[in-house]
Design a protein around this ligand. Structure first.
Ligand code: NAD
Length: 255
């Protein structure tokens, strides 16, 4: 896929899905801005993929801080002069517990990253893209943003919020030739699923088998498969797609 000289920001770039997006778009010629809380891990991705200072920038940021978000957007524009693609992807799974047990601190943590991080990312990236009259944004929601799963109220509801934010951002931006879409992964083979498997059961291995069995395709998705979908939505091939939502889950939720 051709991303020659496109400037693309990926948040959660050290994670399973983010890293595969960085790999995919940089191999297509993009200049990539790797944003993550974990600085060492994004530097490791930069070096593993042999990215240079000319075609990549690492910015440590906590996406739940507007100041940090403003900083990664400003650093991108100062370094590369524009923003063509934005993968608003950093996220956390939060606790697995019934509503009655949710604390204010847990709410603020999950919503700070999954909702505030996504919304403020849009707040600071959109003016740059609107000014260019071009850009494509992919917000990572989840199949959890389409359903209600027991004990996952913070994750599920925060991903529903991403769906709503996505729709508003898309209609506010369409006339400026800026496209905004979501991807909704099912169970994908990353650290996040390892965390969920051990949160939902004392026997993480059994939880993994149960998730696996629930998927009609009888396997977890791989992060590079999600990255393929994200890359397509970022690309010029998707020029007429906006305000849409794409589920990638091996048939899990059949929606
Ligand atoms: P992951 O745990 O491998 O990666 C998440 C990344 O986000 C990590 O590198 C982490 O350091 C970073 N991060 C966490 N908090 C941050 C913060 N405050 N600021 C900046 N970065 C922060 O998980 P993943 O599976 O790659 O998840 C990526 C996205 O995909 C998330 O939004 C997640 O909700 C979504 N998703 C994942 C799955 C799945 O099964 N793995 C399913 C549906 C949706």
């Amino acid at each position: 896929m051709n991303f020659k000289d496109k400037v693309i920001i990926v948040t959660g770039a050290a994670g399973g899905i983010g890293k595969e997006v960085v790999k995919k778009v940089s191999s297509g010629g993009a200049k990539v801005v790797l944003v993550d809380l974990n600085k060492e891990a994004i530097e490791a991705v930069q070096s593993e993929l042999s990215l240079t200072k000319e075609n990549s920038l690492v910015v440590q940021a906590d996406v739940s801080s507007e100041e940090n978000v403003k900083n990664y957007v400003e650093q991108t524009v100062t370094t590369f002069g524009r923003i063509d693609g934005f993968v608003n992807n950093a996220g956390v799974e939060g606790p697995a517990k019934p509503i009655e047990e949710i604390t204010e601190k847990e709410f603020d943590f999950v919503y700070g990253i999954n909702v505030k991080g996504v919304l403020f990312g849009l707040k600071h990236v959109l003016p740059v893209m609107k000014n260019q009259n071009a850009g494509s944004i992919v917000n990572t929601s989840s199949v959890a943003g389409l359903i209600g799963s027991p004990s996952m109220v913070l994750y599920n509801s925060s991903k529903h919020a991403v769906m709503g934010i996505n729709k508003v951002a898309a209609v506010e931006s369409a006339a400026h030739n800026v496209r905004v879409n979501t991807v909704n992964p099912g169970v994908i083979n990353t650290q996040m699923m390892r965390n969920i498997e051990s949160n939902v059961s004392e026997d993480a291995e059994a939880a993994k088998h149960a998730y696996n069995d629930a998927v009609p395709m009888k396997r977890y998705g791989e992060p590079d498969e999600v990255a393929n979908l994200i890359a397509f939505l970022l690309s010029d091939e998707a020029a007429y797609i906006t305000s849409s939502s794409y589920t990638i889950d091996g048939g899990l939720f059949n929606v």
